[in-house]
Design a protein around this ligand. Structure first.
Ligand code: NDP
Ligand code: OAA
Length: 412
């Protein structure tokens, strides 16, 4: 903001087509040092720091913009990010009147690539994208963030056990939780995508006590979208006819895509499709293993559909949920209406109020089969929590009893 003021722009939120790629110190990305003049018009094409809308475009000057929001993204030089940032900058997620500022976190290894990402954003001339910062210090990049999307995580490598993966990534998320606690906005909403996302989100939340526990999410919207796709295919209906499709539990192969409560054109999906065996024996494992099936074909984990599902998850939080519908998000189980153990990050059906707030939908019917499945996913998450107890402040020490057969959807 300082730089915007120095640039002589009285009202930053009315400043169209102005974007600043800056390092965390606040200088333009490609220069690493201050520009000789902050109005360095030739430095970045549209990064004209002295750009003054009053002299430029009367039509845009009339437009009413909301105050700019800060969106921090880790792993921002990675595959998912390469799709996601462009969706966020286009206005398709937070709204066409919502300017955004990006604070992109990478590592020493990825910093050059991150500069390339900033340059591509610059070349895309998004009127809503007002600032791009890049850097390697979460305390700088999470500062005052309103939304934080955590993509960066160590991938599971050959020979690594799940307990080892939990520990390596848990250390990253403990550090990022601490950074959020120090510098993020108290109302900041955090969406963890990096796997194992539920337990990473839990560690992050437990290390950020200043932030609201209900504002931590782990991404299971991709699983919901996959479930909707399979139901639509089987029923021969378009996606828009589906409602109340929720996924319960962990973003792993123990996840439970709920067909019992799902509706197709307002009718129970089980009545419309009719073949009960299909739900249990085909639908459920197909959804839970979809990530692995895509890796088999593409030799990399899903990136574009994950970015789309992140956009869907964010949109669901800033848009009132249509009457009678819900969306899936893995959220804190404290006080949940289904008796799931407290202090976990567990996917459940949610409805949004507004401005990022939500409530857990409390009228889902749970039959014996569903209950058994949900309990298995809950037990898996309890075991994951025990494995990372050393990363959770004040947690009693617990033995790690994770078996090798608990898998992420992308593991085969
Ligand atoms: N929840 C869900 O539904 C899904 C989750 N995922 C998960 O999302 C994550 C990101 O996927 P994708 O973008 O494809 O992955 P990429 O490998 O392309 O990017 C991830 C980024 O993570 C960072 N990273 C890697 N190792 C470490 C480390 N040891 N410490 C800190 N950061 C590290 C790197 O960024 P840098 O060097 O800049 O730090 C890298 O660019 C993965 O964990 C993946 O499993 C994927 C699909 C679906
Ligand atoms: O395991 C992965 O990285 C991919 C993943 O989560 C998914 O496709 O659901």
């Amino acid at each position: 903001m300082d730089m915007l003021r120095r640039a002589g722009v009285a009202e930053p939120h009315r400043w169209p087509q102005a974007m600043m790629a800056a390092t965390e110190q606040g200088w333009p990305a490609a220069t690493a040092a201050p520009l000789a003049s902050s109005n360095g018009a030739d430095s970045y094409g549209v990064f004209k720091l002295s750009y003054d809308v009053r002299n430029e475009d009367q039509e845009l000057l009339q437009k009413v913009w909301k105050s700019c929001i800060r969106v921090a993204v880790s792993g921002a030089a990675g595959n998912i990010s390469s799709h996601l940032l462009f969706m966020l900058a286009s206005g398709g997620v937070f709204g066409m009147d919502q300017p955004v500022s990006f604070q992109l976190l990478g590592s020493e290894e990825s910093l050059l690539k991150l500069e390339g990402v900033a340059m591509e954003l610059e070349d895309s001339l998004y009127p809503l994208l007002r600032e791009v910062r890049i850097g390697t210090d979460p305390r700088n990049l999470f500062k005052d963030a309103d939304w934080v999307i955590l993509l960066g995580a160590h991938p599971r490598t050959p020979g690594m056990t799940r307990a080892e993966l939990l520990d390596i990534n848990g250390q990253i998320f403990r550090e990022q939780g601490r950074a959020l606690d120090e510098v993020a906005s108290r109302d900041c909403k955090v969406l963890v995508v990096g796997n194992p996302c539920n337990t990473n989100a839990l560690i992050c939340m437990e290390n950020a006590p200043r932030l609201r526990r209900e504002n931590f999410h782990a991404l299971t919207r991709l699983d919901e979208n996959r479930a909707k796709c399979q139901l639509a295919l089987r029923a021969g209906r378009f996606y828009t006819s589906l409602s109340r499709v929720a996924v319960w539990g962990n973003h792993s192969t123990t996840q439970v895509p709920d067909f019992l409560n799902a509706r197709i054109a307002g009718e129970p999906a089980v009545d419309v499709i009719g073949v009960e065996r299909w739900f249990r024996e085909e639908f459920t494992p197909t959804v839970a293993n979809r990530g692995g099936a895509i890796i088999e074909r593409c030799s990399r984990s899903t990136a574009a559909s994950t970015a789309v599902s992140i956009a869907d998850a964010l949109k669901s939080l800033v848009t009132p949920t249509p009457e009678g519908d819900c969306f899936s998000s893995a959220v804190c189980t404290d006080g949940n209406p289904y008796g799931i153990a407290e202090g976990l990050i567990f996917s459940m059906p949610c409805r949004s109020k507004d401005d990022g707030r939500y409530e857990i939908v409390d009228d889902f019917v749970i039959d014996e089969w569903l209950d058994e499945k949900i309990t298995a996913s809950e037990e898996e998450l309890l075991k994951e929590r025990a494995c990372v107890s050393h990363l959770i402040p004040n947690a009693p020490p617990a033995a790690c009893e994770i078996t090798l057969d608990t898998m992420l959807p992308g593991e085969i």
